[in-house]
Write a protein that binds this ligand. Structure first.
Ligand code: 13P
Ligand code: SF4
Length: 315
């Protein structure tokens, strides 16, 4: 039971959310970087690709998206006739912010013969100007299907782009964006942790900087990291990604030890400030008020759907 002084009576948010879910015929989709109590109430928890797939196949009337804005937009593009609501409309993303549509349009104009493969962490308007969308789960597979003579623009994550260029052997023109969480991990502090826990494996998300990735025993998207710790025989892991994923790791492997990698500042920067804007209370309120809702123009939806469908077909 949660107490909240702003309410005259005590509200059990979990109970109310479950009631509203039935009344609305809603589904709650949750990204791994949400707080544990939100993950625990979700119908489906996943990475960006899994959530997009779920959004495409759900028969619910309302999609409650506990994640960030670009993820909820993707759900809207895949379900233009459904109501998509989000706990906090301000839950953005530094990668998406790094790539304003007007500058992306110029980038494309300057490179007219390049194919634009764009990471899903971007606005609907940028998706609408892209050729193929990808996530960190499927990007390598998608790039490997592009003919070798075809030049590629990869936006907006320069770290993921560099990692993919190395993995696929493809030269790509990269947009200069970064994730504020994954660029902030401290090499020095990670070395210290490695010394302290010499038997721990280091697992990292490909949005991290190259020097951090070079230390990793395994690199993968959020759900790939989760699958790795389930299948691998080690007992300890240094987890170099947003700390929210550790909730599912601990649930899946309660006897293993998961050590969150620290960032280079004296803050809890391994928690995404955008993802963590969502709270259980805001989740309840958005379902009660059916707001904030994701609204996109028909034109943007129609244009952005094409590269998203291409991604789903190629992954
Ligand atoms: P994935 O969920 O695809 O691993 O992406 C991580 C991320 O930073 C989402 O914002
Ligand atoms: Fe964006 Fe990074 Fe937060 Fe993911 S973790 S939403 S990429 S800022």
């Amino acid at each position: 039971m949660l107490r909240n002084n702003r309410y005259e009576t005590k509200i059990n948010f979990e109970e109310e959310i479950l009631k509203l879910k039935k009344e609305l015929n809603a589904v709650i989709l949750v990204h791994y970087y949400q707080e544990g109590n939100i993950q625990d109430i979700g119908d489906f928890i996943g990475d960006s690709l899994e959530l997009a797939r779920r959004a495409k196949t759900t028969d619910a009337d309302v999609i409650v998206f506990a994640g960030v804005h670009f993820m909820a937009e993707t759900a809207k593009i895949l379900n233009p006739n459904k109501k998509i609501i989000i706990p906090d409309l301000n839950a953005g993303c530094s990668l998406s912010d790094s790539c304003p549509p007007n500058l992306f349009r110029e980038f494309r104009k300057k490179n007219p013969n390049h194919l634009a493969i764009t990471y899903i962490n971007c606005s609907a308007a940028v998706k609408a100007m892209s050729d193929i969308i990808c996530t960190s789960s499927n990007a390598e597979k998608i790039i490997n299907q592009i003919p070798l003579h075809q030049p590629i623009l990869f936006s907006p994550d320069r770290n993921l782009g560099k990692y993919l260029a190395k993995k696929t052997g493809r030269e790509m023109l990269l947009w200069n964006g970064t994730c504020i969480v994954h660029e902030a991990f401290s090499e020095k502090k990670i070395f210290k942790l490695k010394n302290e826990f010499p038997d721990a494996k280091l697992i990292a998300h490909p949005e991290c900087e190259e020097n951090i990735l070079s230390l990793a025993d395994y690199i993968g998207s959020t759900s790939k990291l989760l699958n790795f710790v389930k299948e691998d025989s080690s007992r300890k892991y240094i987890v170099v990604t947003e700390a929210g994923i550790i909730h599912q790791m601990e649930k899946a492997e309660p006897t293993k030890m998961f050590i969150p990698a620290p960032s280079d500042k004296s803050c809890e920067c391994n928690n995404c400030p955008h993802m963590k804007l969502n709270t259980l209370e805001k989740l309840y309120l958005c379902m009660k008020n059916l707001s904030p809702e994701i609204i996109l123009s028909d034109e943007i939806i129609a244009k952005a759907l094409v590269p998203i469908e291409k991604m789903l077909a190629m992954s």
